[in-house]
Design a protein around this ligand. Structure first.
Ligand code: ADP
Length: 398
């Protein structure tokens, strides 16, 4: 029997949704309500056949956004049959140290998500608003929270502890939490399936390269290290985020540069990374500029590739034995040049890319290493909505 799950990702002024059919995993419809609370809001609703329908009107809050979304379903399809709807899955960025897996949403779970807002002030309050709206509109349906951090709740203390004054760190909840966990978990399971081996037998590195970028080391299906930290700012070079940087730079920006904490936050989170180095955070634009000989774009590419290579080497050391490296997300799935640059000169680790397989374009999971490569390198499209839908169905069933 097929069922449907509505997946919701609510931001402070937006609400993204996808209606997922299970077990096929087909996206029956998807869309975005944005500019909620502003003078004119906008809902863009895409149905499975690709047709897109846009309405512009004021949207006072997330509940009204959901009502408009429902009217879009009624008007343009597919029929959102509340009888066939098995549950609603919500993406939640921060689950702290508490939430180690998806949970059915109750009042106490909502209160905990709200309390975790200190760690994700831009995200968790918005999730709570979106969840409340969905509870109001679908009171009879099971609703599930799927946390970005949960997959990394398994990190060992040596990996999640920052070498700070222990009391200060404890009091303020300062530790590595990791993000993009739903994607890393989904992709690592896919790798086992694609290769036809037991997940428990694989030591994997997963590189999620989108606008945000993160790396993870996964032993037997259990995450043991990841590059994002207490916040999604740490680690790889990203579209607009710096990734790793000497914390002393922050003092220098304040003392010598005269920047306020908020200005430094904006600089490192929104004006750094590829954007800061090359003037554009879109990887396609960066590749275009690099091809035209733009020195900023060329350097940005090298810095990003160098950082990736460092992480691959470090995670090979953390794992002891490395079986697979997998690229995923917008850049990882589509850009052969960064994959090649990141893994060049790593024959010492048993990594040999097959240039033709790497260059071939496909939307299917695929192997891009040579048959002789000790480490199997793959490209596996991520699908966070599907992973959230599956987790929701599992809990809604139980
Ligand atoms: P996020 O979900 O973090 O916003 P995505 O996973 O959608 O990001 O990735 C966005 C990035 O992927 C952008 O930098 C975009 O340029 C890049 N990207 C998407 N398609 C391609 C492509 N065909 N070739 C190269 N880069 C691509």
């Amino acid at each position: 029997m097929t069922t449907q799950i509505l997946v919701i990702n609510s931001g402070s002024s937006s609400l993204k949704y996808q209606l997922v059919e299970l077990p096929s995993g087909r996206a029956l419809a998807s869309g975005l309500a944005e500019r909620i609370g502003e003078a004119v809001g906008r809902v863009s609703h895409a149905v499975g056949d690709g047709a897109r329908h846009v309405v512009e009107q004021p949207i006072v809050d997330h509940a009204e956004a959901l009502h408009i979304v429902l009217s879009q379903f009624a008007e343009h399809g597919p029929t959102l049959d509340v009888e066939a709807l098995q549950g609603v899955g919500h993406r939640v960025v921060h689950g702290g140290a508490e939430f180690r897996e998806p949970v059915l949403i109750t009042e106490s779970v909502l209160a905990q998500i709200e309390e975790l807002s200190v760690l994700a002030p831009l995200h968790n309050p918005a999730h709570v608003v979106g969840i409340r709206a969905a509870l109001q509109i679908f009171p009879g349906l099971p609703q599930v929270a799927v946390f970005d951090t949960a997959f990394f709740a398994s990190l060992p203390p040596a990996a999640y502890t920052y070498a700070l004054d222990a009391e200060v760190a404890r009091d303020l909840g300062i530790r590595r939490y990791g993000f993009h966990g739903t994607s890393h978990a989904y992709v690592s399971r896919q790798v086992a399936e694609v290769l036809g081996v037991d997940l428990a037998d694989l030591n994997q590195v997963v590189l999620h390269l989108g606008n945000g970028c993160s790396a993870s080391a996964i032993r037997g299906g259990v995450a043991v290290e990841t590059s994002m930290g207490m916040t999604p700012l740490e680690g790889l070079v990203m579209g607009t985020r710096s990734g790793d940087i000497d914390p002393g730079v922050v003092f220098h920006l304040a003392r010598v540069g005269g920047l306020s904490i908020d200005e430094i936050d904006a600089l490192l989170n929104r004006r750094s990374g590829l954007l800061g180095l090359a003037g554009d955070n879109d990887f396609r634009a960066l590749m275009g500029a690099r091809a035209q000989g733009d020195p900023g774009a060329a350097l940005a590419f090298e810095v990003a590739a160098h950082r990736l290579r460092k992480y691959v080497g470090a995670y090979a050391a953390v794992l002891g034995r490395l079986d697979t490296i997998t690229f995923t997300a917008g850049v990882g799935e589509n850009n052969a040049a960064i994959r090649e640059a990141a893994l060049s000169r790593l024959e010492c680790l048993g990594i040999e890319l097959d240039p033709d397989a790497n260059a071939a374009r496909s939307s299917e999971p695929r192997v891009i290493s040579t048959p002789d490569s000790r480490v199997t390198v793959l490209v596996v499209p991520t699908n966070e909505e599907l992973a959230i839908a599956q987790a929701t169905a599992e809990l809604a069933d139980g």
